[in-house]
Design a protein around this ligand. Structure first.
Ligand code: CJB
Length: 795
């Protein structure tokens, strides 16, 4: 269909939805009505490729991928859909004809924040790549009523409020009342004649909601199926008739709790009963669903591994192993050891962290109480593993059920998410299991979808790339290499620099709506956005800012490089130290931003409520990307990839995927500092390492004194005493040891930034060499090494 005809059609469709789906006429339509109508009109177009893909998958009886994840950090979808359909300009023009601002309509969509951070956003990028590559796949997760909490600052401290993305209709989903499974908890198991029967104490219903997951150019469309908990018994009429209204709605309240809220923890321990129930809830529903789908076209469940690859996004769905065994054995009558073998052939497990506190373990008594049948199955899995391998590594140990060990033992492949991380997985968390199963651990370095993270969020650069190397790069990102020869071309440098400035202005405009702050677009935008965690070392970044401020004050006439430091990110509500760090950043910002002697050179901003949509504004605008975690702690990082792809230079440690980014973009285009993972381990064994580092660094010593004496918290001088004390006594993440090197490297950054041409040359080389970090490459790796899944679309 040509563009003009399509535009007329889209216009009619928007009006039709405005009238018949929203019940409004043009004169009374609100921005919400317009967004809904446009979204519904676009959604209609998605349905055909969605049906096509489903039909092709059924017709070919191809192997399907099932990606089980507690988190999908999706963000907004309207623009994503418009872009994948190739109708972005048409949609914009259509809305203009209605007198509506397309960008404002897009921004009116709530952010679907069904995730905490990197792990959840990775799952969303993977969905995009699976569809783009035409691999038949389902994402399975939970339809949380409330996504990640909203962050506000009250006098600089983080305050959380409930998020409500479902307060408005979620236009992208289709409710499937007919797709529902019973999920059981508790009770007891009786075994007679070798057959186990589970008599649960409680049941809820998992009901499906489907959203199409559309790929680039609408060539393929998969499904994201999210489960919502509903009562098995809708309403207790007997209690109601007795006048006990609370008791009457008890079944509903109980069920709703399960899919009510996303746990806001990110790499921290969440040993909560409800969390275990959530994990089992969505995993069981997903496994029941995929078995039903398999049986609709296949007979023998022994062949399930030929048709289903189940990927566990971290240990959260690790109960999938025992659940699959339970269904194969207790329901479908396959002998249990054979079931274990079948299940293992279907399963892959991705590890996302080495932090011991993030490896899930459940108290044995709690686990056995909630999932008595699974507890018994895990004992059988464990016995078989002990017998087969002769090792003494147990899943149930010291009173806990260890989900890491369970996931590892029940998977054919276990993967890390960057080269360094994978090696460390082999040496540390799963060192012993690696010896027993030496081929099991493999690496699949993370990636990001270039559609959202360049094409969509960075229009100035998109246009420049299109006019330089053509339009085939969004699904073949390594074509960006063809930009490299232009790195020395003065005219191209100028255009590239202009695109960056445009993105910086966009950020500054956006910020001016929420903050009263003047920013010069020529100042260096130095950005650290990610969850707030000690290992990510926002504190080191902040201490560096104070040290820089001190130097400027001492020598105000020197030619300082103007910088704006941007922080963004949430702290888990129960993570006190992280919350203190947020408070400190805000306190320091208040003092520094009000210092008229330095404010031309240094400002600090910390916008509230960092989320995917904010990232889409920040990533393209950044000059400097802060990737400064303690080496050996960040499994991969994916923000690091987004920044570099959008032409920011990185200051970073040899941690996670930074190592591979540096290899790709070239060591000379990356600002490296800090101890290596090995040196970190060594240093921790030295007595008083942090005190000594502080004593050896007058700069650091001074800043810590300023913080401790209340320079930034005059209303409560001792507010940060505990943080400073921690720096002296238990600086586990080695802020103190890396500080001087970090400070000196920042001064190299300052110097480099003043040479705009050379800086721009480096940024071009970053963009040009980041093609490998497309999540398409990552997914091709999983498909080949782990899933044995194939693309079903023909080009
Ligand atoms: N990660 O976001 C989370 N949550 C966790 O509970 C554990 C790990 C992150 O996963 C990302 C995707 O693999 C990694 O890039 C990141 O380093 C890791 O912290």
């Amino acid at each position: 269909m040509n563009t003009k005809i399509f535009q007329i059609k889209l216009k009619q469709e928007v009006l039709r939805h405005l009238k018949y789906s929203l019940g409004k006429d043009q004169g009374h339509a609100t921005p919400y009505d317009w967004r809904m109508s446009l979204s519904l009109a676009l959604r209609d177009i998605v349905v055909d490729p969605w049906f096509d893909s489903t039909r092709k998958t059924y017709d070919s009886n191809a192997k399907r991928v099932y990606y089980l994840s507690m988190e999908f950090l999706i963000g907004r979808l309207i623009e994503d859909v418009a872009i994948n359909l190739g109708f972005e300009d048409v949609a914009r023009e259509t809305m203009r004809e209605f007198g509506q601002d397309y960008d404002a309509i897009v921004a009116n969509e709530p952010d679907a924040a069904l995730g905490n951070g990197g792990l959840g956003r990775l799952a969303a990028c993977f969905l995009d790549s699976l569809a783009t590559l035409g691999i038949p796949a389902h994402g399975y997760g939970i339809r949380y009523e409330h996504g990640l909490f909203e962050q506000h600052f009250e006098n600089g401290a983080q305050v959380e409020t409930a998020e409500g993305w479902l307060a408005q209709r979620n236009v992208w989903e289709f409710e499937r009342p007919e797709v529902a499974y019973i999920i059981a908890f508790g009770g007891h198991v009786s075994e007679t004649d070798g057959r186990a029967v589970w008599y649960p104490a409680e049941t809820v219903k998992a009901q499906a909601y489907d959203a199409p997951a559309l790929g680039w150019q609408a060539r393929w469309c998969n499904t994201l199926r999210l489960w919502s908990a509903k009562p098995t018994r809708a309403f207790d009429l007997e209690s109601f008739n007795r006048g006990d209204f609370l008791a009457a709605s008890a079944p509903e309240a109980l069920a709703r709790t399960i899919s009510r809220v996303l746990y806001p923890d990110d790499t921290t321990d969440t040993g909560k009963e409800l969390r275990l129930k959530q994990e089992y809830f969505f995993t069981s529903a997903s496994i029941q669903d995929l078995i039903r789908r398999y049986r609709s076209t296949n007979d023998d469940l022994r062949d399930l591994p030929k048709k289903a690859a189940i990927q566990l996004n971290d240990t959260h769905p690790a109960i999938a192993g025992p659940e699959l065994v339970r269904l194969l054995t207790d329901i479908h009558g396959i002998e249990i050891h054979e079931s274990i073998d079948i299940a293992r052939k279907c399963l892959g497990y991705t590890n996302h962290t080495l932090l011991p506190e993030a490896l899930e373990r459940w108290p044995e008594h709690l686990f056995a109480r909630i999932l008595p049948r699974h507890y018994r199955i895990i004992e059988i899995i464990q016995d078989q593993h002990l017998k087969d391998t002769g090792s003494d590594i147990r899943i149930i140990k010291d009173g806990n059920v260890n989900m890491g060990e369970l996931a590892f033992i029940m998977a054919t492949h276990v993967n890390g998410v960057s080269a360094l991380h994978t090696e460390l997985v082999k040496e540390t968390v799963f060192g012993d299991l690696h010896k027993v199963y030496p081929k099991r651990i493999i690496n699949e370095t993370n990636g990001i979808t270039p559609r959202r993270w360049l094409y969509d969020c960075n229009k100035p650069l998109r246009n420049l790339i299109n006019s330089t190397i053509g339009i085939e790069w969004p699904d073949d990102l390594e074509q960006l290499e063809r930009l490299a020869p232009y790195a020395d071309d003065a005219a191209f440098q100028e255009e590239f620099h202009k695109a960056k400035l445009e993105n910086k202005r966009r950020f500054i405009n956006w910020l001016s709506d929420i903050r009263d702050i003047q920013i010069d677009p020529n100042a260096m935008l130095d950005i650290q956005v990610k969850r707030i965690h000690e290992y990510k070392r926002q504190l080191m970044n902040l201490i560096e800012a104070v040290a820089y401020w001190n130097e400027i004050k001492e020598n105000p006439t020197k030619d300082w490089t103007p910088r704006v430091k941007v922080f963004g990110g949430k702290a888990a509500p129960g993570y006190e130290v992280a919350k203190k760090i947020i408070h400190l950043i805000n306190d320091v910002a208040t003092v520094i931003n009000n210092d008229s002697a330095t404010k031309d050179y240094l400002q600090i901003v910390f916008p509230e409520n960092y989320n995917v949509s904010m990232a889409e504004i920040l990533m393209p605008a950044a000059d400097l990307s802060e990737q400064i975690s303690t080496a050996g702690k960040e499994a991969s990082g994916t923000g690091n990839m987004k920044f570099a792809l959008n032409g920011a230079l990185t200051i970073g440690t040899l941690d996670g995927a930074n190592v591979e980014i540096r290899d790709h973009v070239g060591a000379e285009n990356f600002f490296l500092f800090g101890l290596t993972a090995e040196e970190v381990e060594e240093r921790r064994h030295q007595p008083e390492y942090s005190r000594r580092a502080i004593e050896a660094s007058p700069r650091l010593y001074r800043v810590l004194n300023q913080i401790a004496s209340g320079v930034f918290s005059p209303d409560e001088p001792h507010r940060y005493g505990s943080i400073v004390q921690m720096m002296y006594e238990s600086d586990y993440f080695l802020v103190t040891c890396d500080f001087d090197d970090y400070f000196d490297t920042q001064r190299k950054v300052d110097k480099a930034y003043l040479d705009t041409k050379e800086w721009t040359r480096k940024t071009i080389l970053n963009t040009a060499n980041m093609g490998w970090f497309s999540s398409d490459r990552t997914i091709k790796g999983y498909a080949k090494d782990i899933w044995g899944a194939k693309s079903l679309y023909e080009r």
